[in-house]
Write a protein that binds this ligand. Structure first.
Ligand code: TIU
Length: 221
């Protein structure tokens, strides 16, 4: 079984029961004019994850292992977007408003979809989620159980929001999670650093942290 040098200690995983999860690598978070920028964020902070993630996805596919993509977004009538979400953050544009890439974070719009470099292949699962966590109000649990998946290699954006929420949800459900520092991104360098420390602290309180080249090497062996 592949073993990766990680914090707080080595992470060993069975390739028969491990999926790569790619969280919310959507145009609305990564491109100027999208939701991320409407919240006042510098989207360039997230774009450094694209290249290492593309390399990891290529190696993961070459090894014949499963990839699950997620997208955060809502129905066109916003019936799945509670006021507590819609009204938060004082964005210059709200969820559902017209943006540079269609209505912001609305399913079916160009901006809601995944960036060109990381597009899912036919047959890969794409989980549409209305919340920050990938388990809330989705069929992710069923997808994982059906495939016998017990470990997750977690990537995507943003580190302290949707990645953290998903990893916490997963850990509570019994999944072992390895988060890849170079393949997750935050708009805030401080949150990136501390967000990763929070996962691995206290003996790995809800996961492990490593870097993608080590995972690529481990699955090629
Ligand atoms: N704003 C922010 O950091 N993140 C989100 O709104 N969603 C995700 O993290 N995907």
């Amino acid at each position: 079984m592949p073993t990766v040098d990680a914090k707080p200690g080595p992470f060993t995983f069975d390739t028969d029961s491990t999926a790569l999860v790619v969280i919310d690598m959507q145009r609305d978070f990564l491109m100027p004019g999208g939701f991320g920028e409407s919240l006042g964020n510098d989207v360039s902070q997230l774009r450094r994850t694209i290249k290492p993630l593309a390399d990891l996805m290529a190696a993961w596919r070459a090894a014949g292992l499963p990839i699950i993509h997620t997208r955060e977004g809502h129905l066109p009538d916003l019936s799945d977007c509670p006021p507590a979400k819609l009204n938060r953050g004082a964005p210059s544009m709200r969820i559902g408003d017209p943006g540079a890439f269609g209505r912001i974070l609305i399913r079916g719009e160009y901006g809601h979809d995944i960036v060109d470099e990381l597009q899912p292949l036919p047959g890969e699962e794409v989980v549409d989620k209305p919340g920050k966590g990938a388990f809330y109000a989705t069929d992710l649990s069923e997808i994982l159980e059906k495939s016998g998946i017990t470990s997750l290699v977690v990537t995507g954006v943003t580190t302290e929001v949707c990645v953290h929420t998903t990893v916490r949800e997963a850990n509570d459900r019994g999944y072992e999670c390895l988060v890849l520092a170079d393949c997750v991104g935050s708009y805030f360098p401080e949150f990136q650093r501390v967000g990763l420390q929070m996962i691995a602290a206290q003996g790995g309180i809800f996961g492990w942290v490593a870097h993608s080249p080590e995972v690529i090497a481990a699955i090629r062996e």
